[in-house]
Write a protein that binds this ligand. Sequence first.
Ligand SMILES: [Cu+2]
Length: 174
Amino acid sequence: MKKLTTIGVAATFALGLAAAAMAGGGYGDPTSSTTTTGAANTSTSGTTKTETYSFKATLNVGQERPKPKAPAGAGGSFSARSVEAKGTTTFTWKLTFHGLSGAAGAAHVHLGKKGTAGAVLISLCGPCKSGQTGKVKIVGAAENAMEKGKAYVNVHTAKNAGGEIRGQVIPIGK
Ligand SMILES: [Cu+2]
């Protein structure tokens, strides 16, 4: 009898350990529970997850569609960064250009893969000057298009109202 009791206690103890281990395994997995924890914290305005992404583009006449009539040496560069926090994406950018046929009437980020023209996603400036910077709130669709390489920047002039220089927006990570 005494021996059986001991075994009984040992078995119960072992089961208890197994249960604790199982509970610990589920509870103590920080990687898989991060999303849930983050989502829960959002409503309590605790630790809000911030996502940042950087982009760049090199603008030239050759990438523009339809083909513009512009000085061959016209070109520019674009760099930008998007920061998503609390459901709002803020887009900060810088645009430089040179050699245009005239004043830069406007610049945009458009939806479009290389070689195709598409709708305006983000209005950057108008008129624009080289070296200009800006900060604007953008919609998620615009961010996604840029992350997937499906967006381009262009600069419009009076002579090339459809766009004089263009550059595909390339995501370059954080
Ligand atoms: Cu445009």
